[in-house]
Design a binder for this molecule. Structure first.
Ligand SMILES: Cc1ncc(COP(=O)(O)O)c(C=O)c1O
Length: 409
């Protein structure tokens, strides 16, 4: 485990303590910890390269702009997008989805049209579509999941009609930890003339994302879940769609000319980047994606797989524990486990685990419709990042068993 130990040392937060105990951070699906390369990039931009982008002729402005645009090239390359014009920087996945909901909605959605979202979506991939449907008099349809949380692909063809304008689905569910069959979904949707938006908030961390291979029309993610600075995010969009969509926000830098008689807009990608951007934050996506690549080391992947089997084994042995998200094969699940335990409320468990130095998530996980689907008010979620160790998983299982015993009396 030389490689993993070496990488862990580059994440200062992983070496800290809470309540005098070593921090075991298992809330990575909410936000990940940051490596020194990201922290230093932010510092470097704040100290040596701080200037507004694209505007001034001075040296600092040039350096800041170079960093920002080089990041666009790096993200394009990482995602295997066809061109840099297809990479729009935003403040996060939520902002990216709202941009599409407004702008795609303005261009393509009329009264009586339909949008499909999956039943397991995060609120960020539900509410913007509800708002769009309300604005336009469109209809929101739901692609259901089965009792194991898997998307019911068989139900999809019947949901698609000539009025379906877009389908929105997570690459990986933040509650179930299941990798959705995006390629198949895209194929079915495209054969019905319906584009697909993929919420890659979790996918970008655990999968090798290739937007050309997936053939999706939009792919969105937040920087903070993938080791970059908070307040950063990406929207990938197919150029032919983005170029037909109107701007989402008006302001500086998204224009070509502004006259009282009217304004013309800048070409892609600036058309969608109004106002001062996240000058120091966005360039941290570059070292962050480098870190994703380094964490794809075979030794680290093997540790992740060991954690997965250890956790599944251990959780299945606890009486009265119900796990949500059953994969058809091990590759279909990331090391993320949401469950509920009889006679042990998720909030109580989370509070006790916290005192043991373990950070986990409890509650609805921003997916209330999915909670309703399973008839629960909340769950406990343990989400591992590739930098977590089997030893941490073992400590977690022992602590969970102790906490359950305490609560059951
Ligand atoms: C699947 C999924 N979609 C969307 C989001 C929203 O991300 P953000 O709050 O960073 O915009 C999250 C974050 O929890 C998520 O897990």
């Amino acid at each position: 485990m030389m490689q993993l130990e070496k990488i862990r040392q580059e994440f200062p937060a992983l070496g800290t303590q809470v309540y005098g105990k070593p921090l075991v951070y298992l809330d990575n699906a909410a936000t990940s910890q940051r490596p020194l390369s990201v922290i230093r990039k932010w510092e470097e931009l704040s100290t040596e390269r701080n200037a507004n982008l694209h505007r001034a002729v001075h040296r600092l402005a040039d350096l800041a702009t170079q960093e920002y645009e080089a990041t666009r090239d790096a993200v394009r390359q990482y995602l295997n997008a066809a061109s840099r014009e297809e990479i729009i920087f935003t403040s996060g996945a939520t902002a990216s989805i709202n941009l599409v909901a407004f702008s795609f909605g303005e261009a393509f959605v009329r009264e009586g049209d339909e949008i499909i979202v999956c039943e397991a979506e995060h609120h960020s991939d539900i509410v913007p579509w509800q708002m769009l449907c309300e604005r336009k008099g469109a209809v929101l349809k739901v692609l259901p999941v089965d009792d194991g949380g898997r998307i019911r692909l068989g139900a999809l063809p019947a949901l698609l009609t000539p009025r379906t304008r877009l389908l929105c689905v997570a690459h990986i569910s933040n509650v179930l930890g299941l990798v959705n069959p995006i390629k198949e979904i895209v194929k079915i949707c495209h054969s019905a003339g319906c584009p697909v938006l993929v919420d890659g908030s979790q996918g970008i961390v655990h999968e090798r994302v290739d937007v050309a291979g997936l053939d999706c029309d939009f792919y969105v993610f937040s920087g903070h879940k993938v080791y970059a600075a908070p307040g950063t995010g990406v929207l990938y969009g197919r150029r032919e769609l983005l170029s037909r969509m109107p701007p989402y926000m008006g302001g500086g830098e998204m224009i070509e000319t502004v006259r009282w008689s009217g304004t013309t807009y800048a070409p892609l990608p600036q058309k969608f980047e109004a106002g001062t951007q996240n000058i120091a934050g966005t360039p941290t996506l570059r070292p962050a994606l480098e870190m994703v690549k380094r964490l794809r080391d075979p030794e680290i992947l093997a540790e992740s797989n060991a954690i997965k089997s250890f956790m599944l084994n251990g959780l299945n042995k606890i009486s009265g524990l119900r796990l949500y998200g059953e994969p058809s094969s091990p590759e279909e699940k990331i090391p993320l486990f949401s469950f509920s335990v009889e006679q042990a409320h998720h909030e109580d468990l989370a509070l006790i685990l916290d005192k043991m130095g373990i950070a986990v998530r409890s509650g609805q996980m921003c997916a209330e419709p999915l909670m309703d689907r399973f008839g629960v008010t909340g769950m406990l979620r343990v989400s591992f990042a590739p930098y977590n160790t089997l030893q941490e998983a073992e400590y977690f299982m022992q602590s969970l068993e102790r906490a359950i015993k305490m609560l059951r009396g």
